[in-house]
Design a protein around this ligand. Sequence first.
Ligand SMILES: [Zn+2]
Ligand SMILES: [Zn+2]
Length: 564
Amino acid sequence: MPKYLITSALPYANGPIHFGHIAGAYLPADIFTRFLRQNGEDALYICGTDEHGVAITIGAEKAGVPYQQYVDGHHKTIKAFFDKLNIRFDHFSRTTLPEHFPLCQEFFLDLHKKGFIKPAVEPQFFCVKCNRFLADRYVTGACPKCGAGEVRGDECTKCGEWLEPSKIISPSCKVCGGKPEIREVTQYFLDLTAFAPRLKEWLGAKTDWKPNVRNKALSMIEEGLVQRSITRELTWGVPVPLPEAAGKVLYVWFDAPIGYISATMEWAKLKGEPEAWKDWWQNKDSKLIHFIGKDNIIFHTIIWPAMLMGQDKPWILPDNVPGNEFYNLENRKFSKSEGWYIDTDDFFSKYAVDALRYAIASNGPETADSQFLWEDFAARNNELADTLGNLVNRCFSFMKKNFDGKIPAAGELKPEDKALLDGMAPAFAETGAFYRTYKVRQAVARAMALAMAANKYVNDTAPWALRKTDIVRCATVLNVASRAIINAAILLYPVIPDTALKILAKAGLPPGDKAPAFKPWEGSLDGLALGEDASLLFTKILPEQVKTEVEKLKGMAEAAQAAK
Ligand SMILES: [Zn+2]
Ligand SMILES: [Zn+2]
């Protein structure tokens, strides 16, 4: 039986993350992992913060704090945010941990020894005033490819092109604003050209990948791969392990993906089985799944696989790279500096975590950009309240009142009962197939279809009216409806785990925070004593609240604009 090693892109420890990140690389991975566990499959979910690179050194310098202290703070904040959203990693590590450095250096040396990493002299920007080389984001200017201004030295935020820092047009120093001069310096280059045929063959066989991910990777190979510099003149990072390269560190994008492995090593060590990581990374039965946003496609489909291919060690290659598009906020990119964001403390003081998970999952950026709209969020929340919440509440409170707090035994089944019950197995088969192929939007819709069918069934059969006229029929309807409710909860568990477990507890099923098996509930419900909890699952969001939230967002953006 295969086992699944699941990763989410390592977030940069240089600021809080937002719902856009969650929609791209985290919630889909958490849902996938939970679904696998429901099926009794072996899964390990690994992530951690990416704590090197110029985004971090610039941030720390601006904040006037030491680099380590800076990343410590952000690591904590980011971890707390994932906890809040119930994103359950098996291990959440960081790339400044001790295991990480020797492993990165080993990667470098192996590839260097095999001739895939070579030194070359290249022109580089140097700021005389600051007395340093301007690596990556220390230089800004115009993109040589699309012409966009104010782009970062290593990456165009407009066209997504990965840039060689010295190619920027009209460069200026990010720190002092001065015009840098060009100096010659030796850097080390990863020879991607050597991997082109193997990468092409490997990607060619990945017909089950999302077309956007695979096509982008293949078109990059078609355009021609080049040698990419993987070292920088910086003090913060993993030192290049060659005596002649003193003062250089590995480029953050060389060290970051290795963080997936070192995090797994740390997980194994903490578990008391220090070699256990090999069973995930060097085992051909292990399937490596990288959840990412589309801005990370090149790294996970070209550079990282090349780094793994270029060694004699039995590394597995990514089995799939479910890359998502971008998720925006009310028609614009999330941006804290522009005041276009959601204050998450405020958000969670008013709204349910599962409502957010459900809203994102129902409308995730799987094949095209999508966005968080307050109106849509309210509609999704209210859909949960009206369909699932209302169904649970009216059935369970009715049984509490009229059937001694128990699910009554069913009498003879009528065709409408059988129709609902016969729909359970197909609902599981179809929803499961969607979860397994990263089609969360469709999985949610299919699972909700069962909840809607159950609602309609209860409306049509009207057990409240039957209570006085036909108590046996009334009992039968409630028994069948209870089974549908339980199954809807199991189907939706990956998306709304807390709510699903709460529903199962309300139904009187054994408590626990374990994933319920992904199959129709088979046990008898006759006489099952309902749980004590009578709280409502969801509170409806009113149109006035939506209006207030949108106005608040606009106000924050105006204030940010005025402050500039
Ligand atoms: Zn560009
Ligand atoms: Zn400068």
